[in-house]
Design a protein around this ligand. Structure first.
Ligand SMILES: [Zn+2]
Length: 246
C-alpha cells in the first residue's frame, strides 16, 4: 500500500531519467528529504519540468511507499520560482550552495520542520536581498550545523569556562573547540582565530546583525564553517557549488 502525501517542498536538485522522466530530490515540509521520479516530465506536453525545477518552492503530491527508494510524483504546483535569485549570478551561486548543503547533510525521510522553515526563509531573504548572498549563506550554514547536531560552542572557553567576547581573538582546535586568549597562550595545539573572523562566527551563531564586513572575512568565515563540517563529518567533501561559479 502506498500513502498519498501532499506537502510543500523545495527542489534540491534534479537529473534526467530515461527518455522523458526526471529524478528529483525534494526537501519536504513533513517528510524531510525525499527522492522521487516525475514520469513524463520532459515530454513537450508536460509543464511539470518547469515547476519541479531546482530551487523552486512547490506544492507537491506524491505516492509514498516506505520500501521504495524513489517515490512517485503525481502533480505539482508552483509556490515561488525565485526570479530575483535566478537573475543574479552571485545569488544563484550561494542559493545553490544552500541546496547542496541540505542535500548532503540531511538523511532521507528524516523530517525536520524547523530546517524546512529555515530553508524557505533563507531563500526568501536571498530573493528579497535582505543581506549579501555570501552572508545569507553563512547564516544558513551555521543554522544547518546546529540542526544536524554539530552545534558550534562559541560562547565560553572550553578550558577555563570564561565568557568569550566578539571583540577579541580566540583559539580553536577540532577536539576542544574554542578557547580564550589566555588559554590559547598557555596551551599548545591551538590555532589563533583573529578577532574579525571570531566576531563574524560569534554573530552568526548568536544571530546578531552584521555591518561593514570585509568580503575576505565573509569568505574566511565560510571556509571555516566548511572545514568545521569536514572535521566533524569525514564524508563531507566540501561545497562544490561555490567552486563551479569561480
Ligand atoms: Zn580560557
Amino acid at each position: 500500500m502506498s500513502e498519498i502525501i501532499k506537502t510543500s517542498a523545495v527542489v534540491l536538485g534534479k537529473m534526467n531519467y530515461s527518455d522523458s522522466s526526471l529524478i528529483v530530490t525534494l526537501y519536504t515540509e513533513h517528510n524531510g528529504k525525499v527522492s522521487a521520479i516525475v514520469k513524463g516530465a520532459r515530454s513537450p506536453k508536460s509543464k511539470l519540468s518547469m515547476i519541479v525545477d531546482t530551487l523552486n518552492h512547490i506544492e507537491v503530491i506524491f505516492y509514498k511507499k516506505e520500501s521504495r527508494e524513489l517515490q512517485i510524483v503525481s502533480s505539482a504546483d508552483l509556490i515561488s520560482h525565485y526570479p530575483n535569485i535566478k537573475s543574479d549570478l552571485e545569488s544563484t551561486k550561494y542559493a545553490f550552495a544552500v541546496l547542496e548543503l541540505v542535500r548532503n547533510l540531511t538523511i532521507e525521510n528524516e523530517s525536520n520542520n524547523r530546517l524546512f522553515k529555515g530553508l524557505v526563509k533563507i531563500l526568501d531573504h536571498f530573493e528579497n536581498k535582505k543581506e549579501t548572498p555570501a552572508i545569507l549563506f553563512a547564516r544558513f550554514f551555521m543554522f544547518l550545523i546546529t540542526e544536524t547536531g554539530y552545534e558550534m560552542m562559541i560562547d565560553k572557553c572550553s578550558i577555563c569556562g570564561k565568557q568569550l567576547l566578539p571583540e577579541q581573538s580566540a583559539g580553536y582546535n577540532f577536539s576542544s573547540g574554542f578557547v580564550c586568549n589566555e588559554c590559547l597562550q598557555s596551551h599548545s595545539g591551538f590555532e589563533k582565530i583573529d578577532s574579525e573572523l571570531f566576531k563574524f562566527l560569534y554573530c552568526l551563531k548568536n544571530k546578531k546583525i552584521l555591518n561593514g564586513l570585509k568580503a575576505k572575512i565573509i569568505d574566511d568565515g565560510n571556509s571555516f564553517l566548511e572545514r568545521y563540517v569536514k572535521e566533524h563529518i569525514p564524508d563531507f567533501k566540501g561545497i562544490q557549488s561555490l567552486n563551479l561559479f569561480k
